[in-house]
Design a protein. Structure first.
Ligand code: ADP
Ligand code: MG
Length: 752
């Protein structure tokens, strides 16, 4: 136990490592491990949250109400009083004869002992009162000799956790800094091309920068430390970005040396058309220019003997699915299997429907793999996946993350496609990579090197340039920057919850025209159960509102879905409810009704967020829009505007008890109304949320930048990219050392 109540500052949950040591660890050691502080370097990189100034002593007479200050005096009086509650009160007197009262509402015997009459103590805390008597409540106290030296630097206060006192952590960090030898890993040219001039980095070698950040001089500008613009901070950020860029470049170089099947287009001779061409012929539309260009980029990669690792990004509705299908066709035509994985069952089943429609008439065998399948069906599917495509095995496998489970064994996997890849967690992405590796052909043509499948990742959340450069530097990126023709832009309106009745009238009008409507229920953090209650209540409310109120209804116009209910017309409107707790079969049944146009209104939780494609849906209502992230709102909004009809998205906000919507919340919703451009929205979202949440990798603290901030450090990132290329070419040893120092065992996470 520390003598005083420890200053305790919590940090977010951080990654812990497997506990391998057999030797019993002390509680603080365990706590350090929980924080991921397993090495001297990790400790040195554990930077203070803030600093305390113990470098000066203030005479008691000069203490002012509200000051954080340090004073010193001799204890003249110390007693335990029982008033409302038991408390320890001590009075100290400084050399000038002024006194200060110390008050402890909770105290340990050790504190009582420390504050015994005659003892000289140094105390630090917030000053209260003035004329009538100054006091400090729960100050930090330590016994000192008269004339004991003061701290020369500011005292760091570290992020810590239960069971890990600041004093223990300070010592551990101090020892680590003493032990660490950090030779310069940056070559001279790297210092030369630094945007702030060559001296900045040269004057702040890594060790000096770390020392400084742990123990800054009292005269430092705390603002520069706070906003991370101090040269010591720049050094740290630059090194971190460099490590990341180096590891990505290394991964890329290693990849070029690995082998993959060459999946070439149009290998057939004579009259017979390749599957790719046949698919193009049966599609109900012509490809957009962007789809054609991107498909060619992918086909070129597939024909190479090293594995493709490509990200296909395109705004919602840009038509990624067909690009995936064309890539699959190339792969299947070359005699290999292709797997397509989607993050939700609804999305996966929608894909499978589309792909079955397109590809089975061309003779392709498609297998479906998801959660709740029947044992027999599942066994047959697994068996088909494990059989050679040439012998009747599955050629295209579509499913949820069920496709990466242990039991699945691909016979001869040539291409893996991941839809909405940012929705998968880091662990799942790593698992997929492993699965994909073992799915490749062990050896081909007698060569000893394993053959590994190509990978295509798709994302509708466009990744801003800095983020792509930083986290996906080992990926090639293809962008669909054009929407299919004939789309009318979605009009977005932000309206208050109080205008619900107007909104319901509008929904009624849409339904009367034969259009379909989505209503997304509020998201309630951490509680699926509450989400469900909400959705159920909303469903009941809308059912009552839309089916009871009698009014004249026009007949649906030509071309609209015929079977929709007619408000007030007797038949009633079919209103569906969709949420994640529904059994898979029921979810699909509800979705099928909506897709077929028999259901006019679909009330749902965010399960419809990704991928769902119903072109006849023209109105999207998002309740409590202020609770959603921008990219998520954009995804949801992307469910409408998929056909030729004008579509709208209504962001309904609730001000609750507050008279007005908060400033930031309003700005965010305004941004949504202002732009339909997914890239712009992603950029703003990154600013608001930071890359961690943006990448959906909350658990993988290890993979994320800790010091640099991509929203503001773009210039440093450019430097790191240039330097990484230079170092790999000319200073491979330094490069190796730099990556080992910074990333240690965490390199894997950067590949996910
Ligand atoms: P996303 O990129 O969001 O996954 P989808 O692949 O779901 O988009 O495509 C959105 C809609 O656009 C689908 O209905 C799809 O059939 C249609 N589509 C795709 N490409 C074209 C095209 N070139 N011309 C017309 N419609 C297209
Ligand atoms: Mg999609």
């Amino acid at each position: 136990m520390p003598p005083m109540p420890a200053v305790r500052e919590h940090v977010d949950k951080m990654q812990t490592r497997q506990d391998k040591a057999d030797k019993p660890m002390s509680a603080p050691q365990k706590a350090m491990r929980r924080l991921g502080l397993n090495s001297d370097m990790e400790l040195a990189l554990h930077l203070p949250l803030r600093y305390e100034d113990e470098t000066t002593l203030t005479p008691i007479a000069e203490l002012r109400d509200g000051d954080m200050a340090q004073a010193e005096g001799v204890v003249r009086e110390s007693r335990v009083e029982v008033r409302a509650r038991r408390q320890l009160i001590a009075r100290i007197e400084d050399d000038a004869g002024h006194t200060l009262l110390l008050r402890f509402l909770n105290f340990y015997p050790s504190q009582q002992k420390l504050l015994s009459v005659g003892q000289r103590v140094r105390v630090r805390g917030e000053v209260r009162g003035g004329f009538l008597g100054r006091e400090m409540v729960h100050p930090e106290c330590k016994a000192v000799q008269a004339g004991a030296p003061l701290a020369q630097a500011l005292t760091p206060v570290y992020p810590t956790t239960a069971g890990l006192p600041q004093a223990y952590l300070r010592k551990a960090v101090g020892r680590a800094l003493d032990k660490l030898v950090l030779d310069e890993t940056l070559p001279p040219q790297a210092l030369q091309i630094w945007p702030g001039g060559p001296r900045v980095l040269a004057d702040w070698p890594l060790h000096a920068a770390l020392d400084y950040l742990h123990h800054p001089r009292p005269e430092v500008s705390l603002a520069a430390l706070q906003d991370r613009s101090h040269p010591a901070w720049l050094r740290l950020k630059a090194e971190e970005l460099l490590a990341q860029q180096l590891s990505q470049l290394q991964a890329r170089q290693a990849q070029a040396l690995r082998r993959a099947p060459t999946l070439a287009l149009g290998q057939r001779g004579g009259e017979a058309k390749g599957l790719h061409e046949q698919l193009l012929a049966v599609l109900p539309f012509a490809l957009t220019g962007a789809q054609r260009r991107v498909s060619e980029e992918i086909a070129r990669d597939l024909a190479r003997p090293s594995p493709m690792h490509r990200l296909l990004q395109g705004d919602v509705g840009s038509g990624k699915t067909v690009v995936a299908a064309l890539a699959a066709a190339v792969c299947i035509d070359a005699g290999y299997q292709c797997v397509l994985m989607a993050p939700t069952e609804i999305l996966a089943s929608q894909h499978v429907k589309k792909l079955v429609d397109w590809l089975t008439p061309l003779g392709v065998r498609v297998a479906w793999l998801a959660g709740g399948q029947k044992t027999k069906e599942r066994r047959e599917t697994l068996e088909a996946i494990d059989r050679a495509p040439q012998e009747g095995g599955a050629q295209l496998i579509v499913g949820t993350h069920a496709v990466i489970q242990d039991k699945v064994r691909f016979h001869k996997l040539g291409l893996a496609i991941v839809d909405e890849q940012h929705r998968f967690g880091v662990a799942q992405r790593l698992a997929l990579r492993e699965k994909v590796m073992e799915g490749g052909d062990a050896v081909e043509g007698g060569a000893k090197q394993p053959v590994e499948p190509h990978m295509l990742m798709m994302s509708a959340t466009p990744i801003p340039r800095t983020l792509a450069m930083s986290y996906y530097a080992d990926l090639d990126v293809s962008t669909l920057d054009e929407l299919p023709p004939g789309r009318s832009p979605i009009v977005t309106r932000v309206i208050s919850e109080q205008r619900r009745p107007e909104l319901i009238a509008r929904i009624r009008a849409q339904l009367a025209e034969g259009r379909q409507v989505y209503w997304v229920c509020p998201l309630i953090e951490e509680s699926e159960a509450v989400d469900l209650t909400n959705a159920t209540a909303t469903h009941a409310e809308l059912t009552a509102a839309l089916n009871d109120a009698p009014h004249a209804a026009p007949l649906p116009p030509e071309g609209a879905s015929p079977a929709l209910g007619r408000p007030g017309g007797g038949g009633g409107i079919q209103i569906g409810l969709l949420h994640s707790r529904l059994p898979a079969a029921e979810k699909q049944a509800v979705m099928a009704e909506f897709v077929a146009g028999r259901m006019g209104l679909l009330v749902s939780t965010t399960v419809i967020e990704v991928g769902v494609d119903v072109p006849n849906a023209t109105l999207m209502v998002i309740e409590h829009a202020e609770r959603f992230g921008l990219s998520q709102l954009h995804q949801l909004r992307g469910r409408v505007g998929r056909g030729a009809q004008a579509s709208a998205c209504v962001l309904l906000y609730s001000t609750g008890d507050a008279p007005r919507l908060g400033q930031t919340a309003r700005e965010r919703l305004k941004a949504m109304a202002e732009t339909n451009d997914g890239f712009e929205i992603a950029r703003r979202d990154l600013e608001i949320r930071g890359p961690g949440e943006f990448l959906g990798a909350r658990q993988s603290g290890a993979a994320l930048l800790r010091f640099a901030d991509l929203a503001t450090d773009g210039e440093l990132l450019d430097w790191a990219r240039q330097t990484a290329a230079l170092m790999l070419a000319q200073h491979p040893v330094l490069a190796e050392r730099h990556v080992a120092r910074w990333l240690g065992g965490r390199v894997d996470y950067l590949k996910a």
